[in-house]
Design a protein. Structure first.
Ligand SMILES: [Zn+2]
Length: 120
């Protein structure tokens, strides 16, 4: 297996590109939803090629089954007993992740500056 010397550089670059792709996907989604899906595709490819994990806040922005960029209109979110279930209305698949009700321990800072503003 190849080992790269500049793995930190690769990682940083990969993360930057992923964030940028998702930001673009959010901006362009209203006018060209198919472009958003393509950006998701590219971001996922960057993950596999560079073996960099997708940051958690980005992970929940697309459907892991059909790869489409998810907006509030294309998803259904349900909370139940500490589990947050997101249903992709495009392919009908569900994604579940643990959910901690607010008010307990302080939330981790998972904000990506600019991305939240782009989504609105
Ligand atoms: Zn889907």
């Amino acid at each position: 297996m190849r080992r790269r010397k500049d793995s930190h550089k690769t990682r940083d670059l990969a993360l930057q590109r992923m964030e940028r792709l998702f930001m673009l996907a959010a901006i362009v989604h209203a006018a060209h939803p198919e472009r958003s899906d393509r950006y998701v595709q590219i971001a996922r490819k960057i993950c596999t090629r560079t073996r960099v994990r997708m940051p958690r806040p980005l992970k929940r922005l697309f459907c892991r089954h059909c790869g489409s960029f998810l907006t509030a209109a294309a998803t259904r979110v349900r909370l139940r007993e500490g589990v947050l279930t997101t249903t992709c209305l495009l392919c009908g698949e569900q994604m579940r992740r643990p959910y901690r009700p607010p008010g307990r321990a302080g939330p981790k800072n998972t904000r990506i500056p600019g991305l939240i503003d782009a989504i609105g």
